[in-house]
Ligand binder design. Sequence first.
Ligand code: PGA
Length: 257
Amino acid sequence: MKQSHTPLIIGNWKMNPGTLTAALTLFTDTQKAVARLSHVDVVAAPPVVYLSAIARLHKGKKLAIGAQDVYFEKLGAYTGEVGMSMLKSVGVSYVIVGHSEMRARGESDVDVARKVGVVLKEGAVAVLCVGESSRDANGQYLGVVESQIKSALKDIPKSKLGNLVIAYEPVWAIGTGTTPSAHDIHEMKLFIQKIVSDLFGRSTLARVRVLYGGSVTKHNAVSFFEEGEVDGFLVGGASLRASEFTDIVKIAHTYGA
Ligand code: PGA
C-alpha cells in the first residue's frame, strides 16, 4: 500500500563506529547506496563528535544528518552539552529526542519536552521517541506511551507540528531481535494518532509521521509497512552496515513510489 507520507528512515548509529575513519566510510557508503532513492527521506545520526567532518561529505546530497540528542539551553556554562545552534551550524536537520537509552540514564519527561521545544523552535525536525519498557495484559503500556507524548508536546504550538516525528520504540524490542507483531504496531500507530488528534485536531495527523523502531531488519520491514502502516523506521543495529540499511531504505522507497 502506498503511504500517505514520504517514508522516513533514520539510522541511529548510537555510540558507533569506534573511529572517525570508520564513520566517514559508513556515511559515504550509505550516501552512495541511497543516492537515487527519491521516494524516501533518509537520515544518518552519527555520534556528535563526527558530525562536522561528516557534514563536509554531505554537500547537499540525499542523506540528511541527524543528531542523537541536544541540550535545551542556548549557550553557557553547561559542561559536556551541545546546543541546537551548534548542531544546526554543522548541518544537522533532524534530532532524536527522548531515546530510551537517554531516558534510562536519567533524562526526564521535562528534559524531553524542553528538547523537543528547542529543536522545533530552531526549525529542525524533532524525532520524539516513546515506548513502554514491557507489555502487560491489561494495557497499562498504552498509558505509558500516552503520558510520554502528552508531556513532550504540552507546550508545542500546532504551527510546528510539520517538523514533528514520533517514533514508537518499545524498549523491550530495542537490540533484542524481538518485536511486536505488525498488528500490534498498527494498533499503536492508531493510538498515537488518536493522542495527536485529541491534542491538536484531526487535520494535524497529515503532518506528523509515526515511525517504528526496535530490531527492524529487511525481513520484518515489509510487514511493518504493509500491515503496521508505519511511515518509516528508526533503525539502530542494522544502520551500522550500509548494505543492510540500504535494503531497508529500498523497501521504504517502494512504499513511497
Ligand atoms: P535497534 O535499535 O534497531 O538496534 O533495535 C533501535 C533504536 O534504538 O533506535
